[in-house]
Design a protein around this ligand. Structure first.
Ligand code: ZN
Length: 264
């Protein structure tokens, strides 16, 4: 796995010439995730899943290049919480299109946009970016992680993980709950406010439809708590399993879609 920002230009030339390069662009956001988790969680998680998917993609024949993460996105649902920052969708779309065009100019024409954040306008902006790049024939583009396409989201993040949940209501685990807290405890524990977690009571009885469809804001549906589910059910052990399975899921989705380089 190569981090684009950490290698010199001749290496990019070599990777492009090899014909096996696949660039992952992690896209996150700055958004509240409860009183116990950092605002950058979705960005960090996208990077963690990229690193977890890389070995399987390499085994499939690809040279994996990870571009610097886009740490800003559209975060309208949680905008009332201090620190949440939101771009206009067209700003995000333009960033991704311009990054994709630049990569393509240098021969990096396979782009995977890996989304760590679910917000309907955010996801649409990235779908639109994909459509533009594909229509310009700039690159092959795949959008993975949280996606408008519920099947894609499930294939990446939900398949094969249900049995890991310790929560009594896994169907109510969401933003800032058991899953995200577990991933944070495993992958960036230094950023988790562990002393706060025992005070966090379960939030199971929220308006699920309003949460999914973003018809109400996170502040009002969570009573200002900012998490959905029960962070106390989380553990680093669960986080390790979630990261491994979701990384493998993402690699499988990409390999299914594109095959191995040269064979597609
Ligand atoms: Zn999140």
């Amino acid at each position: 796995m190569h981090h684009l920002a950490q290698i010199p230009f001749p290496e990019v030339k070599r990777l492009a010439a090899g014909g096996r390069a696949l660039t992952i662009l992690p896209v996150g956001v700055v958004e509240e995730h409860g009183a116990h988790l950092p605002l950058g969680l979705d960005s960090f998680a996208a990077e963690v899943y990229a690193a977890s998917a890389a070995p399987d993609l390499e085994a499939g024949g690809y040279d994996v290049v990870v571009a610097p993460t886009i740490n800003y996105g559209v975060a309208r649902a949680a905008i009332d919480f201090p620190g949440t920052l939101s771009l206009e969708p067209e700003t995000l779309r333009s960033m991704v299109v311009e990054i994709g065009r630049s990569l393509a100019r240098h021969g990096l024409r396979r782009l995977v946009i890996l989304k760590g954040h679910r917000d309907l306008h955010h996801m649409k902006a990235l779908d639109d970016a994909r459509s533009i790049l594909v229509s310009e024939k700039a690159a092959q583009v795949l959008v993975v992680g949280f996606a408008h396409d519920a099947e894609m989201t499930a294939a990446c993040y939900r398949d094969g993980v249900k049995q890991f949940y310790q929560s009594p209501r896994p169907d109510r685990e969401g933003h800032g709950g058991e899953s995200e807290t577990s991933v944070a405890l495993h992958s960036f524990p230094q950023l988790v406010k562990r002393e706060v977690i025992p005070e966090l009571t379960p939030n199971f009885d929220y308006d699920v439809e309003a949460f999914r469809n973003e018809t109400k804001d996170y502040w009002s549906i969570s009573d200002g708590r900012g998490y959905f589910g029960w962070p106390q059910a989380a553990s680093a052990e669960t986080g390790a399993k979630l990261v491994a399975v979701r990384g493998a899921n993402i690699a499988r989705v990409i390999l299914k879609e594109w095959g191995s380089p040269g064979k597609s």
